[in-house]
Each structure stands twice: as C-alpha cells, then as structure tokens.
Design a protein around this ligand. Structure first.
Ligand SMILES: Nc1ncnc2c1ncn2[C@@H]1O[C@H](COP(=O)(O)OP(=O)(O)O)[C@@H](O)[C@H]1O
Ligand SMILES: [Mg+2]
Length: 413
C-alpha cells in the first residue's frame, strides 16, 4: 500500500518507519515531514492545506492517509478527504471534539460515567474571577476549553497566580473551567477504535517537564517509555472496560462514532483512576515507544479501524521495553535557535533508532529546525537495558546547545 502521513514530528517519522519495516507499506510519503524522511517521500504541503493534500493523494494514488497532529483533525481534515473519496485514518471533526473541546470531553465523561476530576465551568472572565476569589483550596486546576498547544492548563498555588493566568488568557467570551487537583502518577493509554470496538495499546508514560526529576516548565514531552508499570494488568482492564469502551459506545449512540486513536491521559492514585483528558490522535513521544513493541502489521490495524473490523485483527505486543529520549535545542521550551548543524546521527549503533522531529536536511547535511530535534529510541529485555542502549549512544549525536534529560524512565527503575 501507499501511505501519506500528515505531520512533521517524531511521531510521524516513527509511523513511517514502522509501516515501511513491518511489511505494511510499499511507499510512505510524509507531508511536510522532516530531515529523517527520504527526499523523494517528503511532500512540501502544510498540514492545513486540505485541497493540496487531496490532489497529491489523487496524483500519487495514495491508499491511506494517516493524520498525526490534532489541529487538522479538529479542523475537519478527515471529513474533507472522505468527501474526496480518499481513505483516511482518524476521527471526523465532530468526534475530534473530544480533544478539541475539553468541556465536550467532560460532558461525554459525565454521560458515560467515566471517572474524572470534579469541575465547575464558566463563560467569561468575570464569572471565573468571582469563583477564584472565593476559592480556599489550592492548588487547583484551570483549563481553557479549546486547543492551546499545551498552554491551556494552569495549576495555580494561590488566588494571585490564578488571576494572573485568567487575566492573560480569558476574555469576556472564553469558555473555561476549574477542576479539582488530583494527586498521583500519570500514564497514557492509547486505544485504536473502529467506532464500535476499541483495542488498547501498551501503556506508556511520558516526561513533560524540561529538567531531570520532573522540574522546570512543561514541554511537548522530553522522553517516554513503555510499558508503564504503574498501569497494572488490572488497571489496563479497568481502562478498557470503564473508560475507553464506554466513551466509544457513548459517542456512537450520540451519532458521532469515534474512529482512530482515542488516547486517555490518566491519573493513577492507588486504586483510584481518573481521566485528565482525552486526545484524538497518536501521542508524541508515546508513539515512538509503543510502535517498536507492536507485533504484526500496523497497516492491518489502521485498515481495520477504517473498515470497522478491529474485532478480527489481533493486536499484540512483544514482551520487552522501549524508551525514547528527546534531544532538544538550547532554550526550548522558550526561544531557541534553528539551523545548527547536527552530526553523528549515522554513527550510532543499530541498538538505537533515531526518529527525527525538528530537523531539516540540505544536500547531505542535517540541521536543527525545531525545539524538539531528535528522539533517540531503543528497546531491551528490561527497561534498564533499553535505557543503557539509548544513553550509551546518544552522546555520539552533537549539535550546538543540545540538551536531553538523563533520567527518562526513572519511575520504572
Ligand atoms: N485535575 C488535575 N490534577 C492534577 N494535575 C492535572 C489535572 N489536570 C491536568 N493536570 C496536569 O496538567 C497537565 C496538562 O493537562 P491536560 O489536561 O493533559 O491538558 P493538555 O495536555 O491539553 O495541556 C497534565 O498532564 C497534568 O500534569
Ligand atoms: Mg495532556
């Protein structure tokens, strides 16, 4: 089959690597892709140019489009391509609201009896400000309703901090809510759904903060590993039966069937499991550690999601462990330079797989082109072995001001 993947991160490079290596694909194009994608398969079309994407699919006779990031999903890329008779993996616009509107997700969770934090919702600055001024329990959590590229959630420790976030981010029309603060350990369980069935993938845990020990500001993710031992077999069972399946059933009953990746962000505190949020797509960097452990053909699973036949396709995982460590540019998640030469990517041993994110290739040389630059990934029989594989090789890769966390997967060790 011929695939077109939409996006330009490590997730998209990992998807393309997997499809090419497990026999799913003859050709995999990526739009717009990055320096890790071979030149003839890099497609210079932005993720929001739906007509250009459709016309590329017709020209190249693409058999399936896979959408990586949330923004085109929430903007209706799946609806658009389906109308053009192009086969596409991912949720339609109305179903992608589960990520695109956190209040929609809250409403679905309430309807389906899915455990989540208590919340109070507001329209406009005055209403939430009045509520915050009377709040006596901190920290609490403030969430903007819509997509915010990871900047829509604040966890203020005081009224002052809360008002600062509100003054910066909330206007008279904003939809916004306050949520109780939950303690525990976070993990991600991604499930692939065909609108009726949902099959959970191996649980992963990512590391959002920039510095070791989970310190410093939030990022898109500095590393991840799978499986996450905090998600015990019992918790996985519970997540499937009490969270993922009820949401899939509830959305189908409302006439908005969810097809694609339904990603549950969980907070686990002993026996108490609550959903922090849903995403409507593969996680980045979680995908980079889930795919190396998957057995069989990824393409079969994605096809079954589109066809509604997931009950007939086995989804199984190898017994090992996988870890990915993000190399980022100096200054990330703040301002960072671009265009610094990267060396050593071809010198690492075959124990590691390097998924590109913010890279660009010019002639034969590779340069930085984003905040998260590379994902150095390895598997191993134990998490320790996987981790040693990454950290023994990563030093060979160099660029000016490169930075990576030294403690990815510490919770599992
Ligand atoms: N109710 C909560 N209690 C404690 N921490 C929370 C809560 N909600 C969110 N968080 C923290 O904030 C992060 C971002 O929130 P999330 O709902 O995942 O939004 P997004 O990923 O869209 O920014 C979570 O990964 C978690 O660390
Ligand atoms: Mg999140």
């Amino acid at each position: 089959m011929k695939y077109l993947i939409i996006g330009s991160g490590g997730r998209e490079h990992a998807l393309s690597w997997r499809l090419l290596n497990d026999g799913s694909a003859k050709e995999v194009y990526v739009a717009p892709g990055n320096g890790g994608i071979e030149k003839e398969f890099r497609v210079n079309i932005p993720v929001d140019d739906f007509p250009a994407i459709a016309s590329f699919c017709r020209d190249k006779k693409i058999d399936m489009v896979i959408v990586g990031p949330e923004v085109p999903l929430v903007n209706g890329i799946v609806d658009y391509l389906q109308k053009e008779n192009i086969r596409v993996f991912g949720p339609k616009k109305d179903a992608a609201q589960i990520e695109g509107s956190k209040l929609f997700a809250k409403r679905i969770m309430e309807t389906c009896n899915v455990p989540t934090a208590k919340h109070w919702d507001f329209t406009g600055k005055k209403a939430i400000t009045d509520f915050i001024k009377k709040a006596d329990k901190f920290p609490l959590v403030i969430k903007l309703d819509g997509l915010a590229a990871g900047k829509g959630v604040a966890i203020p420790e005081s009224v002052e901090e809360a008002l600062e976030f509100i003054n910066k981010n909330v206007n008279d029309l904003s939809r916004v809510f306050v949520e109780e603060f939950l303690h525990g350990e976070e993990a991600s369980v991604l499930g692939i759904s065909d609108g009726i069935n949902i099959v959970p993938l191996i649980a992963a845990q990512d590391h959002k903060r920039i510095f070791d020990g989970d310190k410093g500001p939030n990022t898109g993710g500095m590393g991840a590993y799978a499986p996450a031992p905090v998600v015990t077999p019992d918790i996985m069972e519970y997540t499937k039966n009490k969270i993922l399946q009820p949401v899939v059933d509830g959305m189908r009953k409302e006439g908005i069937p969810f097809k694609g990746v339904l990603y549950a962000g969980l907070m686990i505190n002993g026996n108490e499991i609550k959903v922090l949020e849903f995403n409507a797509r593969f996680g980045d960097p979680e995908t980079q550690v889930i795919l190396p452990l998957l057995k069989g053909k990824l393409g079969d699973i994605l096809n079954a999601s589109i066809d509604g036949t997931l009950d007939k396709v086995p989804v199984k995982f190898k017994s090992g462990n996988a870890i990915t460590v993000v190399m980022s540019a100096a200054g990330y998640p703040g301002d960072y330079p671009k265009g610094d030469e990267i060396t050593g990517v071809n010198e690492v041993s075959n124990k590691v797989q390097v998924f590109h994110a913010g890279t660009i290739k010019k002639e034969v040389s590779l340069y930085t082109n984003g905040g998260r630059v590379l994902n150095v990934t390895a598997t191993g029989d134990t998490i320790k072995e996987a981790r040693n594989n990454v950290y023994s090789e990563i030093e060979k890769i160099k660029f000016k001001g490169s930075f990576y966390r030294k403690d990815i997967a510490y919770r599992a060790l």
